[in-house]
Write a protein that binds this ligand. Structure first.
Ligand code: ATP
Ligand code: MG
Length: 513
């Protein structure tokens, strides 16, 4: 095959520097419109999307034939002049002078029309190419990079915890068991205990690795395999831990806001809530949070229950007005006399409005249930997804809840000095219904207390002997936390279900592709 250039590739993201010049791009066909003597090709090259205009009179015969025969997702290389065009995504257009086909794609299964999630998940390897998924992956990458940057700038040492583990960190119910040369091993559900060991060697460390939880419940926030970031800091107490969590989340969000404007736009993400992360995160004790959830205590002049009741009223009104808007548009289309462009515009709008109604309807169904479970919340229990939603709806920044009942938290959490029924744990709850994204706290320093807790939690003492050594030899106050990467990305991108935030999700019932 004749190629146009060989040595250096030019990418769409760099077109700014080539305005008025000739470049060659290589990529795939994401979309095509053609008219007489002209073809509009949307090229995607991994770095971005670019409209390429192939005009019959500007290119040789073969190039024009090539352009005409390109099918969706065919690969090609194209030479042309870069012109500025603010109307285009990315801001540039390529006016083609040559086009060579690299490979012609078979009929592409993912069309522009709406597909069900299962259909798309079965074709995840291809779905990753579509615009929204592409934007998500780019943002995930920014998040990963800025997490490393945050910790590296602060001289944390990145450490890799083992994935095969011989001991269960928090009980065995959510563990994947596997055979390790005849012994039972578990896939890691947290690198924390190993992180603590390394913190005693390095002071400040963080892990960044895959984590496995055999949670059978199918929720929109649980994956069987996800990526967790777990810093551990020697000589840190709970307050310092909370300061670190806040600084960290602010840093990562700011990086995405700075670097991913285009991607957030593709995702139609309203960034107001992300901007508010710059404000101080409220810190509530579990006790106070429970009173707020139950509506026994107001916060910022708001009561959880009456706020929900007002929200419900508003949602019901919105359903009514949106439905009215839909039927008005439908009537106008049916009446005829509308231009084709206008019809399409309205059809498109109706589709969007219908999706909104669906969302409102599910809210209208959920809110009464949230109210019910909030009112009946029993002190001492863990927060369910709906309790987190009820609480976080009262704030517009993430919220920290600390000082948790010992009974529902892991054995290694430090006992509260004032009340041994509580431990110095903290959860960070994201706004907009995204719930817990960080769980952490100060660690128990007393060997005797740990031994007692390991017994109470019915964990095998021999598997924790090495961990107890950390208390035998130079035990110091220390703290840390675990951030779920996918939950953070899900919130940043406003993606309802966490499965879209990881390239190849693993949930119960999904092992392929
Ligand atoms: P939840 O109560 O929501 O199941 P957890 O309290 O079990 O979470 P931790 O053990 O505190 O979670 O883990 C730390 C962080 O890891 C959580 O705050 C969350 O962001 C993330 N995480 C936990 N379980 C999952 C999962 N199954 N899928 C994706 N992320 C998870
Ligand atoms: Mg937790």
């Amino acid at each position: 095959m004749e190629t146009i250039t060989t040595n250096k590739l030019t990418y769409i993201k760099d077109l700014e520097a080539f305005v008025g010049q000739k470049v060659t791009l290589k990529g795939w066909l994401a979309n095509k419109r053609s008219g007489k003597g002209i073809a509009f090709l949307i090229l995607r090259d991994g770095s971005g999307f670019c409209q390429c205009v192939v005009t019959e009179s500007d290119v040789d015969e073969e190039s024009f034939e090539n352009a005409k025969s390109l099918t969706l997702e065919s690969a090609f290389e194209i030479e042309g002049n870069v012109v500025r065009d603010e109307k285009q995504m990315g801001g540039f257009e390529l006016q083609a002078t040559k086009l060579r086909t690299i490979s012609i794609a078979e009929e592409y299964p993912i069309a522009k029309k709406e597909h069900g999630v299962d259909f798309l998940m079965d074709r995840r390897h291809l779905w990753l190419r579509s615009r929204k998924q592409w934007a998500l992956s780019k943002i995930r990458n920014t998040v990963i990079f800025s997490i490393h940057q945050f910790f590296q700038e602060r001289d944390f040492v990145q450490m890799d915890a083992p994935i095969f583990t011989g001991n269960a960190c928090e009980g065995t119910t959510t563990l994947f068991e596997t055979d390790f040369f005849g012994d039972t091993a578990y896939l890691s559900q947290s690198g924390q205990l190993y992180g603590e060991a390394m913190a005693m060697a390095q002071g400040l460390i963080y892990t960044f690795g895959p984590t496995f939880r055999a949670e059978k419940s199918k929720t929109r926030r649980h994956l069987a395999e996800f990526w967790m970031i777990e810093p551990e800091m020697a000589f840190y107490d709970l307050d310092m831990d909370m300061d670190m969590i806040e600084e960290f989340i602010k840093y990562v969000i700011k990086s995405v806001l700075d670097k991913n404007k285009d991607e957030l736009e593709i995702l139609e993400r309203d960034t107001t809530s992300l901007q508010k992360v710059a404000n101080t995160f409220p810190r509530l004790t579990y006790e106070k949070a429970v009173r707020i959830i139950k509506g026994e205590e107001d916060i910022n002049g708001k009561n959880s229950i009456t706020t929900l009741e007002e929200d419900l009223k508003e949602v019901l009104e919105k359903i009514e007005t949106t439905n009215k808007d839909i039927s008005e548009r439908e009537t106008r289309i049916e009446a005829g006399g509308m231009k084709k462009g206008e019809v399409n515009f309205n059809l498109n709008k109706i589709g969007k409005l219908k999706a909104e109604v669906k969302e409102f309807e599910s809210l209208a169904e959920n809110i009464p249930q949230w109210i019910e479970s909030a009112k009946n919340f029993e002190f001492g229990g863990d927060f369910g997804g709906s309790d987190e939603t009820v609480l976080t709806r009262l704030f517009d920044t993430p919220v920290m809840v600390y000082k948790w009942p010992a009974a529902i938290k892991a054995f290694y959490m430090k006992e509260d000095e004032e009340d041994p029924n509580f431990v110095k744990g903290v959860d960070l709850l994201a706004p907009e219904g995204f719930g817990e994204i960080v769980g952490g706290g100060e660690r128990e320093t007393s060997k005797e207390l740990l031994v007692k807790k390991i017994k109470e939690h019915d964990l095998p003492m021999e598997a924790f002997e090495w961990y107890l050594d950390l208390r035998r030899f130079g035990s110091v106050p220390h703290a840390g936390f675990g951030l779920g990467l996918e939950r953070l990305v899900g919130w940043i991108c406003n993606i309802h279900h966490i499965r879209e935030t990881i390239p190849f999700p693993r949930v119960m019932g999904r092992l392929l592709p």
